[in-house]
Design a binder for this molecule. Structure first.
Ligand SMILES: Cc1cc2nc3c(=O)[nH]c(=O)nc-3n(C[C@H](O)[C@H](O)[C@H](O)COP(=O)(O)OP(=O)(O)OC[C@H]3O[C@@H](n4cnc5c(N)ncnc54)[C@H](O)[C@@H]3O)c2cc1C
Length: 482
């Protein structure tokens, strides 16, 4: 590797001295939303694709590792520079065009998801993928992780919206893929390879995403159930009924114990499960009628249809409050994002409960129930820290045993890379390696991510300094969740 001083001079010549960070601000680029942290030589902040390409060519010539970074809100250590080298931050790629004639947005990789959606709203349009981090995470990071959120049940994930991208490859060449087209069936869908690749195959500098007409009305209800099975069966009935809700979320009893005070007045907080169901559309009467129809099909023992925007907000606040509550409780937390076939949701929740009881841990669960995507959160005291690794590992094994995935939203990154082999065959991972070798023969793009390096075992979280760290700039993770 070229001596750092010379490397830094050459980086400064490409992006300008102000955009090569080597001072105390470097700490912000050492970590993401997890406890993982690693030192680096410099954070480099280009703002043109050609600058990125030049930086990459320099790094290839000097064998300097490059870790791409959006907002650093990742939850699996993805943007942590585990081999040192440089962090290439896309934060200055903030150009945004709403192309309302074609129902498209052309966004620099550093555009914040919520800003994109807000700009689309000014044209009566919507960008649906809505991670809870939408107010801080970037579209480049969303593409790299194939992020999702509550409204992905009806509208689909990030991958379903990306129709074009500019990507810088590991040799510094620039690939323009796709365009402002909603349909195309000519040739390989190469850009999909970069979606979910977590910065290991190329650096995305710009994306073109589809937009959809923005629904003008929403109606939301909360429905309580005596058992998890009843709630899961209700989810199945609704999805098979011909209705298609905009969101269908589940909270278990352990969650209600924490957010119960936020439930609508008179709504019981001792249910085993609660579903939050939402419908959207343009005709307010029709939207309400459809929601009422779904609430009837759900057939819970308690229900509340929001009668005003304030009540609707109240229901969503209860759904989203868990993270904030944990900040208030000053609890140690570790959250996961496994997914299972929707028919296996009750079995998975029972396995969570059995694990929690066995180890005397609190484990609230919120789920995108219509997608089978569950977020169990381990709350633990300092003396229980040693239990977190084994419990999390068991959760991953259980999810895979039930036909699921170790990650439905956050990716593998560094934290879960060793569990990839539980879910994906050796043959499949062999093909991943061939693709990686083809796109990045020197292995300089985001090393030590995605690919398993050790056997998956219970000790993968041992000897880590802390859990649930603050995000860059000192912001608390939970406080930024929408
Ligand atoms: C409070 C909170 C709530 C969250 N809720 C959700 C949720 O509901 N759903 C969900 O899916 N995720 C959620 N996340 C996780 C996280 O916000 C997402 O993974 C998000 O997409 C990361 O975006 P980012 O800009 O912060 O990317 P970063 O964290 O900076 O990077 C994430 C990964 O993408 C790579 N990368 C970033 N930008 C680029 C680029 N331009 N080109 C190539 N690779 C790149 C990085 O190398 C890294 O591997 C949440 C996180 C927090 C802190």
């Amino acid at each position: 590797m070229t001596a750092p001083a010379e490397l830094l001079d050459r980086l400064r010549a490409i992006v300008g001295p102000a955009h090569v960070i080597v001072d105390e601000r470097l700490e912000d680029y050492e970590h993401d939303g997890t406890f993982l942290q690693h030192a680096l030589t410099a954070a480099v902040l280009p703002n043109r694709t050609e600058e990125v390409a030049e930086v990459v060519r320099l790094c290839a010539a000097t064998q300097t590792p490059i870790t791409s970074r959006g907002a650093g809100s990742g939850l699996v250590g993805g943007p942590v520079p585990l081999s040192g080298g440089i962090v290439l931050s896309l934060e200055r790629f903030t150009e945004l065009e709403i192309d309302s004639a074609n129902l498209m947005a052309v966004a620099g990789a550093g555009v914040i998801n919520g800003d994109l959606d807000a700009a689309a709203a000014e044209h009566g349009l919507m960008y649906p993928p809505d991670p809870a981090s939408k107010l801080i995470s970037t579209i480049g990071g969303n593409v790299a992780c194939n992020s999702g959120g509550p409204h992905c049940l009806k509208y689909g994930l990030t991958a379903d919206y990306v129709v074009g991208m500019t990507v810088v490859l590991a040799d510094g060449s620039v690939l323009e893929l796709g365009g402002r087209l909603r349909k195309r069936s000519s040739g390989y869908r190469m850009m999909q390879l970069f979606v979910g690749s977590e910065g290991t195959l190329g650096i995305v500098t710009q994306v073109i995403v589809k937009l959809v007409p923005r629904p003008r009305h929403h109606a939301t209800a909360m429905v309580g159930f005596a058992t998890i099975e009843d709630a899961a069966d209700a989810v199945r009935r609704v999805l098979q009924s011909g209705h298609f809700p905009a969101a269908l979320e589940m909270l278990n009893r352990a969650t209600l114990e924490i957010v119960g005070h936020l439930l609508p007045a008179g709504f019981r907080n001792d249910h085993e499960a609660v579903l939050v169901i939402e419908q959207d559309g343009n005709d307010p009467d029709q939207v309400l009628e459809q929601l009422a129809g779904m609430v009837e099909i759900l057939d819970g023992i308690d229900n509340r249809v929001a009668q005003s925007e304030a009540e609707r907000e109240g229901i969503w606040k209860a759904r989203r409050h868990l993270g904030h509550a944990m900040v208030e409780l000053r609890q140690n937390v570790f959250s996961e994002d496994i997914g299972v076939p929707i028919s296996k949701v009750p079995e998975m929740v029972h396995r969570f409960q059995a694990l929690a009881e066995k180890h005397n841990l609190r484990m609230p669960v919120v789920a995108h129930a219509g997608d089978g995507n569950l977020h169990p959160t381990l709350l633990f005291e300092e003396e229980q820290r040693h239990l977190v690794g084994p419990v999390a590992a068991q959760i991953f094994r259980d999810a895979v045993e039930l036909g699921g995935t170790v990650s439905a939203e956050h990716g593998l990154g560094a934290l879960k890379r060793d569990f990839a082999a539980l879910e994906h065959s050796a043959e499949e991972i062999g093909w991943w390696r061939r693709l990686k070798d083809l796109y990045d023969p020197l292995g300089i793009l985001n090393p030590h991510k995605i690919f398993p390096e050790q056997p998956a075992d219970d000790h993968f979280l041992d000897n880590q300094p802390g859990w649930g760290r603050k995000l860059a700039g000192g912001r608390d993770r939970a406080e930024v969740a929408t």
